[in-house]
Design a protein around this ligand. Structure first.
Ligand code: NDP
Length: 275
């Protein structure tokens, strides 16, 4: 089993250097898939209120022999619950759904700035942390202007900002903005879902050179640039394969060649809204 390094966040927070994406892992199959991931070595589990699987992921944590205090159970507050009182109730509901006695990390899923309530939602997260419902708080899909507003209004900096990161969408400026503020970057869709990235000649050349799969190369690039990738897989074999990333060391030239593939923006958080 690989020894997954921990990255240091704000206030002594420690976040594993890779996590399991859990979108679409639901029901009994979702419990089983999350358990095999824990057995394989994953210690960060990325769920969300809107994935309809906070219960399945929590059940896997409860049933697993892996010590609870080594696991980071992470969930996300949906856009329809940004109003302060609704946010508090939704966080409580996430906790109840998880079946655990605390959440480890709660993120605001999208800022929805045209609605304009994300700062209220952030205050609810800050209070939920003070009240012991959750240990760490962060955000997802936030731009620097959104980060600065919540930090300015509360004095509390998110531990992580979870954003789209893969070589076609490296999100350099936003990653730099996170780092300047002491915020860790988690990368979603790290395997380039909905793109042709896996067949890109640069990716396949590096995969052949290292004798690993293209997916492992993509994850190794994320790790090399300091991003915490969140690959999702329902299959025990593929979950284990994705952890091979810690046996691969890309050269600086290889990292640069992959970073140079950047060509597309993700959804614009100023206008893209999720509820
Ligand atoms: P990923 O980049 O993780 O790709 C997942 C797909 O790759 C699945 O179809 C999976 O299939 C397949 N796969 C994974 N590993 C392998 C492998 N070794 N060999 C072959 N196929 C493989 O995409 P996601 O979009 O799911 O992103 C990951 C996670 O990020 C999500 O699950 C979610 O937790 C988070 N996320 C967050 C968002 C946000 O707004 N904050 C937005 C989108 C995602 P299979 O399961 O069959 O192995």
């Amino acid at each position: 089993m690989p020894d997954i390094p921990l990255l240091a966040g704000q206030d002594g927070a420690r976040i594993p250097a890779i996590g399991l994406g859990t979108y679409d892992l639901r029901g009994a199959d979702g419990v089983a898939a999350t358990r095999t991931a824990l057995d394989a070595g994953y210690r960060l589990l990325d769920t969300a209120f809107n994935y309809d699987n906070e219960g399945a992921v929590g059940r896997a944590v409860a049933e697993s022999a892996v010590p609870r205090d080594t696991i980071v159970y992470s969930t996300k507050l949906p856009g329809r619950y940004h109003r302060h009182d609704l946010a508090r109730r939704a966080i409580e509901e996430s906790l109840f759904r998880s079946g655990l006695d605390r959440l480890d990390l709660v993120l605001i899923h999208w800022p929805n700035p045209r609605v304009g309530l994300y700062a209220e939602a952030w205050r609810a997260l800050v209070e939920a942390r003070a009240d012991g419902l959750v240990s760490m708080i962060g955000v997802s899909n936030f731009l620097p202007e959104h980060l600065d507003r919540i930090i300015g209004e509360t004095g509390v900096t998110p531990v992580v900002n979870q954003i789209l990161v893969h070589p076609y969408t490296p999100n350099d400026a936003l990653r730099a903005a996170n780092a300047e503020r002491g915020i860790l970057t988690e990368g979603y869709s790290p395997l380039g879902k909905h793109t042709d990235l896996l067949a890109d000649p640069v990716v396949t050349r590096i995969a052949v050179a290292h004798g690993v799969s293209a997916r492992v190369v993509l994850l190794a690039w994320s790790v090399a640039i300091g991003v915490i990738p969140l690959p999702k897989s329902a299959s025990p074999a593929r979950q284990a394969e994705n952890l091979d990333v810690f046996g691969v060391e890309l050269s600086a030239d290889e990292v640069a060649a992959l970073s140079d593939l950047g060509r597309a923006e993700g959804a614009d958080p100023r206008t893209h809204e999720e509820f």
